[in-house]
Design a protein around this ligand. Structure first.
Ligand code: HEC
Length: 434
């Protein structure tokens, strides 16, 4: 309403966010888990005086810094770009609620960057004790940024506060410590450790040639962290889903696609566990670059599926109880139903004064486009209305959220429902058409 629409044909805009954020998440979790493992292994190498082992971690740090700092930072900015375009109102609401959280996060991000560079560039120049400390400073700062961001993303799926409700108090900490915060933080910490070991497998199998003893040592040292990571991930995920709000639980139960996604997540994690426990740990020499890449891709699949579930289950909201998936605030619904959607919108009211204005198209773009493609693509309305008359479609629009818990209520007048129905009939797939 306050913002213009952003039309992405076929894919719809949330899928663009999903694509960018999955890529980002795969690197940012490595930035945390890999950092913890680097600090731990560097400290261990210094303590045991194993220079060869320490040298390996120096070469890993170069790979780590390049990937996490460069790629992580670019995709992180990419997320801001896409959420700003696809979900401007939700982004605005999150900034208003969490500006203090982001401010703290950026401080830790700066510490993280400085420590990462110092860790690599001063590797042989600093006293070993100080160098070990810098490793831990990096790990701590990176983990704290994970904790801070998790408070915000967890709030989006369940805004219920542990110590009070932000909606009533306006207190930042009430929003931050929401019921989903702890389980998601545990799950993400576990995921970070697990993913960190997989990146280490890839790098180690690629770069350690003709030195089975070193490769075996690297792999064996990863047994404990990967098992701890997997247990944290599993426990955190189960607790998190158990604490989902009712609309999300219902969505997961009733949507076949989400059931399949859930099964895929569990299945790929189980497959990963079997491959690591039965092949990698007993015989580290079997860890070829191809095999380790395979493991990493299975983990990617699990991640992509679980992020998709988190995204889809949240519907109809982007921010739980506050902002609907189509950029309408819950507080605006009543006014829109009374006085009409088009006349209230900053952009739509101007658009309606133009010569060729098509009210149905504008309503589709603002009310449906964020979740449905039009003629062709993801959950296309041309097909979801297949075989229905205009009257049937209009009736459905007026009770949009009634049969389907994942859709927002209709935020317009009956006349606007008819205008939208006209537009939907004009793009409807007809019998015999492909
Ligand atoms: C916040 C996301 C969201 C928005 C916005 C949204 N929908 Fe949906 N809609 C869904 C989901 C999820 C489903 C169920 C999945 C499916 O069937 O693809 C669905 C299903 C449907 C269906 C098929 C099921 C049924 O009840 O007949 C129709 C028709 C439909 N939507 C129309 C619309 C129209 C028209 C709009 C805009 C006024 C709209 N939707 C806005 C998420 C949304």
């Amino acid at each position: 309403m306050q913002y213009p629409w952003w039309y992405i044909p076929i894919l719809t805009s949330p899928l663009v966010i999903a694509a960018v954020s999955v890529v980002h998440v795969l690197v940012s979790h490595y930035a945390v888990g890999g950092g913890l493992l680097l600090a731990r292994e560097n400290a261990y190498a210094v303590k045991t005086g194993d220079e060869e082992y320490r040298k390996y971690w120096k070469s890993h740090t170069k790979f780590f810094v390049l990937l996490t700092v460069v790629f992580g930072a670019i995709t992180g900015v990419g997320i801001w770009w896409t959420i700003g375009l696809a979900s401007p109102l939700a982004t605005q609401a999150l900034i208003q609620t969490f500006v203090f959280g982001w401010a703290i996060e950026w401080v830790f991000f700066v510490i993280e960057l400085a420590a990462a560079f110092a860790f690599y560039y001063y590797w042989d120049k600093l006293a070993k004790r100080d160098h070990v400390l810098i490793g831990w400073a990096y790990a701590l700062a990176a983990w704290i940024s994970l904790v801070l961001i998790t408070g915000i993303t967890a709030y989006m799926i369940n805004a219920k506060g542990l110590f009070g409700d932000y909606a009533q108090t306006g207190n930042f900490w009430h929003a931050f410590f929401n019921v989903e915060f702890l389980p998601q933080m545990i799950a993400r910490t576990g995921a970070a450790l697990l993913l960190g070991t997989l990146y280490i497998f890839v790098h180690a199998s690629w770069t350690i040639k003709d030195n089975d003893a070193l490769k075996t040592k690297v792999v064996r040292r990863m047994i404990a962290p990967s098992i701890v990571g997997a247990l944290f991930l599993l426990g955190g995920m189960v607790a998190s889903v158990a604490l989902f709000p009712q609309n999300a639980l219902m969505a997961i139960e009733r949507a076949a696609a989400l059931n399949i996604m859930l099964a895929l997540t569990a299945g790929s994690l189980a497959l990963l566990a079997v491959m690591i426990v039965f092949f990698v740990f007993p015989k580290p020499q079997t860890l070829t670059p191809q095999f380790s890449l395979c493991l990493l891709f299975i983990a990617f699949a699990a991640f992509a599926c679980s992020e998709f579930i988190r995204e889809a289950a949240r519907k109809p909201y982007i921010v739980d109880g506050q902002i609907l998936g189509n950029q309408i605030a819950v507080s605006q619904i009543a006014d829109c139903q009374k006085d009409g959607f088009l006349s209230q919108g900053v952009w739509t009211s101007k658009y309606m004064q133009t010569k060729d204005a098509n009210p149905g198209l504008a309503l589709f773009m603002h009310h449906c486009n964020d979740c449905h493609a039009s003629e062709m693509g993801l959950s296309a309305l041309s097909l979801l209305t297949y075989g229905e008359t205009k009257e049937q479609i209009a009736e459905k629009i007026k009770h949009l959220d009634k049969p389907n818990v994942s859709m927002p209520p209709w935020c317009g007048t009956d006349e606007e429902a008819d205008q939208l129905a006209d537009y939907l009939v004009s793009i409807q797939r007809k019998e015999g058409e492909k």
